[in-house]
Design a binder for this molecule. Sequence first.
Ligand code: ADP
Ligand code: MG
Length: 258
Amino acid sequence: MSEIIAVMNQKGGCGKTTTVVNTATSLAVMGKTVLVIDMDPQGNATTSFGIDKTKLENTIYDAIIGDVSVKKVTIPTFIKNLFIIPSNISLSGAGVELSKKENYHIVLKETLKELPPLFDYIFIDLPPSLGVITVNALVAADSVLIPIQAEYYALEGVADLINTINLVKKRLRTPVPIKGILLTLYDKRTRLSKDVYKELKNHFGSTNLLFNTVIPRNIRLAEAPSYGKPCLIYDSESTGTKAYLSLAKEIIERDGGN
Ligand code: ADP
Ligand code: MG
């Protein structure tokens, strides 16, 4: 059975897309079959795999608003075992259109039921908001992965995020466990990074929620998307690549190690 992981934080620039693209790639290279669902109208995950978002026949929009089958919108990437449902600017009006629908919050969940039982992992990349799209992802997901950037106020938005998760849990009776909290953009040279790490440890250390893997600030991770490649393909020896491989291993271990 697939495990659907929504990568979520309403803060922009905290490494959601980078985490989706590189964790999915790592898992695919480790032999898992993986699907990335790009649910951000910016389509950054789509372009990170070298796909021209302006030339797409179908996107996630057509699957959730239009009547194109989800199978038809799922396309292979150039990496073996790794597929994507791409996105582009057409998704930007979807929130409004969705909210007109009855049971608007279950649209994505219903759509994904039509997927073939092919995937070990499905990652949903989300925009920086807690809107209708994010609520749909929460309802469809089995768990949530929260990237947190090593900077001041890193924890400030997290309380709101966890409140939203709890609200969905209560209102829709859909429990969405937190898969893990991931410290990103960590710079070992700065005191600030160390302080944020300590703060996260204090806050979540006892709950096992914090991943042991920390994602370093690594220029290769930032460069790779402009070449249309995940970091593992762009520079397999980079510290960024190694960190996301380690995260993928940790995810498999958390799932019981198969
Ligand atoms: P989000 O999807 O949360 O908005 P992104 O993954 O797009 O965040 O990251 C924001 C910017 O920071 C991008 O330019 C990305 O390439 C860069 N970035 C993300 N993670 C790292 C990292 N660990 N090291 C260096 N640059 C990073
Ligand atoms: Mg993004």
